[in-house]
Design a protein around this ligand. Structure first.
Ligand code: ATP
Ligand code: MG
Length: 591
């Protein structure tokens, strides 16, 4: 079979297990969904603030910078911020932290909104942009200068770095630190008016160059940047830095609990200093939680953007990517991700990565309950039933979802010429191979028992067709004499099967800790995608909408890709059936 990109071929067949193995997937997950009483240290703080009357309405925000697509890590921050607001009857804002016009684009603003909605959260009317506050932030910068708490510095970026000191040595004051307030005011105004080139001057807070916390050594608040902003256009040529924009935006919006990841812990004293030294309308507090990371992937917008721009993947939503839009395209149900997030909770302060198998386990758990079952053959082998009447077609009743009787049944056409999976036949089977072989009888699911009577090969010796006989007494899949074949196979009627392309994905990286040896690129999996061009699917699958994931029986979960056209179906494999996480858990639990 033609395959693009030379596959982890073993992997494709690996999921083609017997029905018995398949149904073991319905094993009940030990997870119980999140209870309202669920507590972690942040929820404890919020609950105490409410209980003791320090806040009347809980207000949180999710503050993405629109410089890329959201990834799995962001889902933790989204679920936490929106989740807490919901649980405490408050509100959660979506605020774009758009203070760096060089990297930000409308495409990202749009995708971020789509992804948050997909994950199941809604900001209602509370959509904000840090750029909405540029005037207010400017006024507050002037306020600090007038109070003698900020100054314009003429040092270059390089010189500022040299003056900053190190973790072990204090910094030294800039020669411009004590310039007159009037001079700073005048220069700041002229910075804004566009009189100076990029990098010529900055505005710095005047705090303490000897502070043990480097963030308090006169941090830069504003820089000159002659760049067009996606929202404010050319109105500004100075832009506030994150530290100056973030807490103040929180205060403007009345955010009560400003939740961010641990790398901002050392910024908290600056966050508080600014809030305390400005006439802000409310008093937000910052709390930090651990970043979410996963094995076998990299969660950094910058690096993911490089994979896109350098062509290692087809786009931000390439199903191999760890972005939310990629997971959507790949057919992950958002509920699976939410369940995973509930289960791992806030986590500790450690930076260890979550095992990707655990997320996949939660996704399988949802899909197993919900996904319709369908027949598809990825690597077809012709099977002819010699004693079945030519031209006859009968419809057998196939169950849509054994986990959900309300999903009903469908009719599948059965005829003399069928396709089965090439992997389901071996001419000379080893002892543990229970599927079809010469002289052996198997069940064709929902249809009949067939016995292989002959093998047809082409000139090169490749098997091109199996000849079989069937037992008309076994219609529906049961024999009156109670005999039971060891294997049950899926199949398609040749005449009715519809051609499709199927894309099989493997991990994007070859190791659980990509880049551990210093080179992320060296750890990219060259076989992360395998394209199977000559697959066949049952007719019912032509109607399947993009975004709906089904189970191809015995093969895994699959969904139509947006690249599908009416005459050219394309499916993504969402996940195989084999639950490696459950297996690891079972091993850990012992016999
Ligand atoms: P990246 O490093 O991928 O660019 P970022 O932190 O710069 O991520 P932002 O757009 O600034 O991305 O993030 C928005 C929010 O999501 C922030 O509050 C940030 O702390 C949070 N966040 C980002 N990455 C993670 C992660 N891996 N786990 C948990 N929260 C995250
Ligand atoms: Mg950021």
């Amino acid at each position: 079979f033609p395959r693009v990109g030379c596959p982890g071929a073993a992997d494709i067949g690996a999921d083609c297990t017997t029905l018995i193995e398949m149904t073991s997937n319905s094993r009940v997950s030990a997870r119980t969904s999140a209870s309202p009483e669920r507590r972690d240290f942040i929820r404890e703080i919020v609950a105490a603030d409410v209980r003791e009357g320090r806040v009347s309405e809980v207000v949180t925000r999710f503050p993405p910078e629109p410089n890329g697509y959201l990834h799995l890590g962001h889902s933790k921050a989204i679920a936490l911020n929106f989740g807490i607001a919901q649980e405490f009857g408050g509100r959660c804002h979506l605020r774009f932290d758009d203070t760096n016009p060089i990297k930000e684009e409308q495409e990202y603003i749009d995708s971020i909104q789509e992804d948050i909605r997909w994950l199941g959260f809604d900001w209602g009317e509370h959509l904000y942009f840090a750029s909405d506050y540029f005037h207010q932030l400017y006024d507050w910068a002037v306020h600090l200068i007038k109070a003698g708490k900020a100054y314009v510095d003429d040092l270059s970026a390089e010189e500022i770095r040299e003056h900053r000191g190190t973790f072990t040595e204090p910094g030294t004051n800039s020669p411009w630190r004590d310039r007159p307030i009037e001079e700073s005011l005048d220069l700041f105004e002229r910075m804004r008016a566009g009189e100076f080139p990029d990098g010529a001057r900055v505005l710095r807070a005047k705090i303490d160059m000897t502070s043990p916390n480097i963030n308090l050594r006169d941090p830069v608040l504003y820089r000159i940047l002659h760049a067009t902003h996606p929202r404010t256009g050319d109105e500004w040529c100075i832009y506030p830095l994150y530290d100056f924009a973030h807490g103040q935006s929180d205060a403007i919006e009345g955010v009560t609990h400003s939740l961010c990841t641990l790398e901002f812990e050392d910024h908290r004293p600056l966050y508080d200093w600014l809030i305390e030294n400005l006439p802000v309308p409310s008093r937000p507090h910052q709390y930090e939680f651990a970043r979410l990371n996963f094995t076998y992937t990299v969660l950094s917008k910058r690096f993911l953007g490089r994979l896109v721009s350098e062509g290692h993947v087809r786009g931000w939503d390439d199903p191999r990517m760890p972005t939310l839009s990629a997971l959507r395209r790949r057919g992950f149900p958002p509920e699976g991700l939410r369940n995973f997030l509930d289960m791992v909770g806030l986590g500790g302060k450690g930076t260890s990565a979550a095992e990707i198998e655990m997320l996949e386990h939660e996704v399988r758990d949802v899909l197993n309950r919900r996904a319709l079952r369908r027949f598809a053959v990825l690597r077809p082998l012709r099977l002819v039933i010699e004693n079945y009447p030519e031209g006859q077609v009968e419809e057998v009743e196939a169950v849509n979802n054994p986990e959900d009787p309300s999903a009903g049944t469908r009719k599948a056409p059965f005829a003399r010429e069928l396709w089965i999976e090439r992997d389901d036949f071996m001419e000379d089977p080893p002892s543990k191979f229970f599927r079809l072989a010469p002289g052996r009888e198997v069940r064709l699911r929902y249809a009949y028992f067939v016995t292989c009577t002959d093998v047809v090969k082409d000139a090169s010796g490749e098997i091109v067709e199996l000849r079989c006989s069937y037992d008309p007494e076994t219609r529906g899949g049961d024999a009156p004499d109670g005999r039971r074949p060891k294997a049950t196979l899926h199949w398609l009627s040749s005449e009715h099967a519809v051609p499709a392309q199927v894309r099989i994905y493997d991990r994007l990286f070859t190791r659980p800790d990509p880049g551990a040896d210093g080179d992320l690129y060296a750890d990219l999996n060259p076989n992360s995608e395998t394209v199977l061009q000559e697959c066949l699917v049952e007719p019912a699958l032509t109607e399947l909408p993009v975004g709906e994931t089904v189970q191809f029986e015995r093969l895994g979960y699959f969904c139509p890709d947006p690249d599908s056209t009416p005459g050219g179906l394309v499916f993504n494999r969402t996940l195989g059936l084999r639950d490696t996480w459950a297996k690891l858990q079972a091993q850990a639990a012992g016999p």
